[in-house]
Design a protein around this ligand. Sequence first.
Ligand code: HEM
Length: 195
Amino acid sequence: MEHIYNIAKFVHVISFVFMSIPLFNLIIVNERALMGPSLNYETDRYFENIIKRGAIRCFVFQWTVFISGVIILTLGPGLTAIWTNWVLTVKTLILLLLMSLLSYVHFSVQPKIEKLLVSLSPGQPAPEDLSVKLVPFRVQRKKLATICLFLVITAIIFGVQTYNRFHPFVSIALIFLAAGFSHRANKSLIRFGWF
Ligand code: HEM
């Protein structure tokens, strides 16, 4: 049982590392912005495919975090710890919020972008008003990716305190840094990793 516990803990940690998709999507979006506002079939289809398929990968990693979390609790203090350990309660709520935001982007925002992109064909100039129509949805998706990145980092800040707590000031300072980094990833290419 100890081995299963350790393997589930490893799977738990590796899955939320892979949940960093919002960070890489923000980098891709900022790289796309550098290429200028004009639409191009190959570039925009490539860009949208990465983002669209990234959502499915992220669902899988989110569920793996949840299921591995349930396994380590079942083999450890029991599932009731979700309610009795406030850090676990917060982490679970953040995970549910992340799943809801991703569902909203994948099932509501992305289909609207896909519907608009149908009018973009290879070798043909883009319809004149397409860029203007696309912008609000792309801006909304970018804002939501930034919020998701902040929530993922915050869940990790709580995750490492599941049993041993930091001083509240340390947690608050780390959450502020998480907000600063998420804002920076939204506005820049973070060419030097953190900056
Ligand atoms: C986005 C959501 C989550 C993130 C980012 C996350 C992250 C983490 C991290 C970083 C650890 C620390 C590992 C260590 O210090 O050794 C951890 C441990 C743990 N997590 Fe999560 N977690 C999340 C959701 C959950 C959920 C939903 C559950 C339960 C249903 C859960 C249950 C646990 C338990 C029981 C541990 C302690 C394992 C141990 O130290 O033996 N986690 N988590």
